[in-house]
Ligand binder design. Structure first.
Ligand code: FJE
Ligand code: FE
Length: 309
């Protein structure tokens, strides 16, 4: 789907800055949750953004999802993914798994067997909501290894194009909810002026270094690693730059999405529009119906090895 290009001549300014503290999730895993925590329940269409770190035997063993997509982007180490439909694979450093849970999936996300107890397996997991007409579609995966992720470089700026496009270079990911997801690395003294569709919600999450974000001519905010910056509305582009003080690269993701504008009813990993639909989902999960059939006699290899459940 082409990304809209309406202009306003204004810049996107930072309206909220949040530091993502560590919290425990899953089985001994640690996440820095920015979107999806109490102070920021939902940023339409984004439900959760976790910067995760797992060291074997910790991880995210067998659990379900329905009604949204999970996007896992590995920064260090490896995650082994197994689901109840027999789909299995490893997401390696720099690689991407775009999973449309749709009507239902039960899966396990654990450090791979290559990852010993000293490897910190790190990455980002973003949960993107689906509109009511897509919530119950068949589950599907889009997986891209690091070497196949589109990249571009210009004037000290390196971009990995996870979703959407940059300077005419396109990602091959197909998004059900229109989304842009760019991983920028700016060398010292470099800058970007990045178009963002006028009516989309957008945020920045800093991974490394120290950056300036906003309008170079008026107002801007600064941020270092583990900070989420929510961008305000009304602007058609974001300016960001890496001043030379530190001499270090600045790495951040810029993510934008078209708001869905529908009610959200959430119970953990189930995200629907109404409480009735959530009750129905819990019923389907408990009775192995309407998409959860294969979960009845399934347990992941990882959970069996660890003698979990
Ligand atoms: C989940 C708790 C969880 N963030 N980041 C409750 F931890 C999870 C879950 C994850 C997760 C998995 C990876 Cl690989 C990375 C994550 C949460 O699996 F789904 C619920 N409901
Ligand atoms: Fe999951």
């Amino acid at each position: 789907m082409p990304i809209p290009e309406e202009v306003s001549g204004k810049k996107r300014l930072v309206v909220k800055k949040l530091f993502a503290r560590q919290q425990h999730e899953g089985f001994g895993a640690v996440v820095r949750r920015s979107i999806g925590r109490f102070e920021l329940r939902y940023f339409d269409p984004f439900l959760v953004l976790d910067e995760f770190s797992v060291t074997a035997p910790a991880g995210f063993p067998d659990h379900p999802h329905r009604g949204f997509e999970t996007v896992t982007y590995m920064l260090e180490g490896e995650i082994l993914h197994e689901d109840c439909e027999g789909h299995k694979g490893v997401i390696r450093k720099g690689g991407l798994q775009w999973m449309t849970a749709g009507k239902g999936i039960v899966h396990s996300e654990m450090p791979s067997s290559n990852a010993t107890g000293t490897t910190h397996n790190k990455g980002l997991q973003l949960w993107i909501n689906l509109s009511s007409k897509h919530k119950l579609i068949m589950p599907s995966y889009q997986e891209i290894e690091s070497k196949d992720i589109a990249e571009a470089e210009k004037d000290g700026v390196r971009v990995r194009i996870i979703a959407g496009e940059w300077n005419g270079v396109k990602s091959k990911i197909c998004t059900r909810t229109p989304t842009m997801y760019l991983d920028f690395t700016l060398s010292p003294d470099s800058k970007i002026s990045q178009p963002i569709p006028l009516h989309w919600n957008a945020f920045v999450y800093v991974l490394q270094g120290h950056g300036h974000f906003g309008d170079a001519k008026s107002q801007h905010s600064t941020a270092a690693a583990h900070h989420l910056l929510l961008l305000g509305s009304g602007g058609d582009r974001l300016e960001a730059w890496n001043d030379s003080d530190s001499g270090l690269p600045l790495r951040f993701i810029l993510v934008g999405g078209e708001p869905i504008g529908e009610p959200v009813a959430q119970f953990g990993p189930f995200v629907m529009n109404t409480q009735e639909e959530i009750d129905k989902t819990i019923d389907d999960f408990e009775n192995f119906t309407n998409g959860f059939e294969k979960a009845r006699h399934w347990k992941s290899q990882a959970a069996s090895d660890l003698e979990l459940f």
